[in-house]
Design a protein. Structure first.
Lengths: 138, 138, 138
């Protein structure tokens, strides 16, 4: 049984969905583990992770519209030190995932046909985001 | 240290909660691992997973009502190729879980008394859903 | 490769966010594993877990306000045997996490600077909550 870890840096261009499926696959290829468990961990509270459809970009647009409606910038937040997008970002992160684990079978993540792994940037401005990848298996 | 994997197929009858706790327990029994980590992974973006109460079915009814209210079919979605239940399904999946990991102690999942593992079908029509189970431990 | 488990008991004072980052760190210290995967599992359906900012308590206040708005006590729930906070608690739990897994690097959880691990008590009254910690690595 072996382990591998990698720190992944994603430079976001502000609010939006950034697909990292290829970076995750690259990590798996280099680790040369046939069967195991891959974990993707986001080290932020105003960015998060989600597995969603990677075929039609309109899905991402609708998800963004949904998140903007459910956690609007205009609400009366107590915490607004960093601007009107600050607290909505924490809410969006709480509603989605900070961590995803995916079984690895035959050296690849056992994702479904339409599943992509996305980093969700919830702040308006560009940020440098740190993701930790961990793999255990053999 | 050992690993085991299984592909679980669930035939859903359309939108609703389908308990898979027994199938997960069956996998654990056959794997004969005393202490470890079990991962349940859903290979879809319009179906998902959740651990919730399995005692009173009214909890599932109220959760369904909540999800229908928060992600209504009537909203103006850009992505609606597969019908009015298409985009709400992706939103429901994003708000719940694609993956669940549960510690295994004494050969069984360390679930609480009232916890059941559910597959959530978010589309109106019946679907065949693929779940991957992964176990590591000894 | 080794494993360690611990049962963590948290006495909550009713609805609110209870930080358990220090208890998790204590478990990691005693386990003496350098690289691995830590899993935190909540054995309840009316309490849950979340990783969010642990610097400004106003973030927790705003998250509480958000959850109270999205899952209000006044709605017409079918399941209300245990009072008006019963079903909202299940909804809040479904929208947040029952389980969190965090890579361990250099003997510590790879949390970001502002990330804390929280138990979310969703019921009004104090409860005794069980959390299971699992660690695998070497």
């Amino acid at each position: 049984m072996q382990q591998a870890t990698r720190r992944l840096r994603v430079e976001t261009g502000g609010r939006g969905f950034y697909e990292i499926t290829a970076s995750v696959a690259d990590f798996l290829r280099s680790a040369r583990i046939d069967t195991g468990l891959l974990t993707v961990f986001c080290r932020h509270t105003s960015a998060s992770l989600s597995i969603t459809e990677n075929a039609d970009p309109n899905v991402l647009r609708d998800l963004e519209t949904f998140l903007a409606r459910i956690a609007p910038e205009g609400a009366a937040y107590v915490h607004d030190d960093e601007g009107p997008d600050d607290m909505p970002a924490h809410i969006r992160a709480a509603l989605t995932q900070t961590q995803l684990s995916i079984p690895v079978i035959g050296g690849a993540a056992a994702l479904g046909t339409w599943q992509g792994v996305f980093l969700l940037e919830h702040r308006r401005h560009p940020h440098r985001r740190d993701i930790v990848l961990h793999l255990i298996g053999e």
